[in-house]
Design a protein around this ligand. Structure first.
Ligand SMILES: [Zn+2]
Length: 83
């Protein structure tokens, strides 16, 4: 089986390889544009989801903040301020 650069996870219930998917959600709150990228594993048989990572990109007009949430831990990857 080809390795696509990510770990294959088996569904805890069905023991079949889960698909790796990502969803992008865009929203605007106030003058902020927020892009939320959710990456997760989904079982093609039972539809069970296992969350892998959530990336939040916030753009408030004069800076971009990228936050990563993995297994409940939150870290700021990048804080870029435009001059
Ligand atoms: Zn399953």
């Amino acid at each position: 089986m080809a390795n696509n650069g990510y770990t294959t996870i088996l569904c805890p219930r069905c023991k079949v390889p889960m698909d790796y998917l990502s969803e992008t959600e865009k929203s605007i709150s106030g003058n902020r544009r927020v892009t939320k990228i959710t990456r997760y594993y989904k079982c093609p048989v039972c539809g069970r989801r296992i969350l892998d990572e959530v990336l939040t990109i916030k753009n408030n007009g004069d800076g971009i903040i990228i936050e990563s949430h993995t297994n409940g831990a939150r870290k700021i990857l990048k804080r870029q301020v435009m001059v």
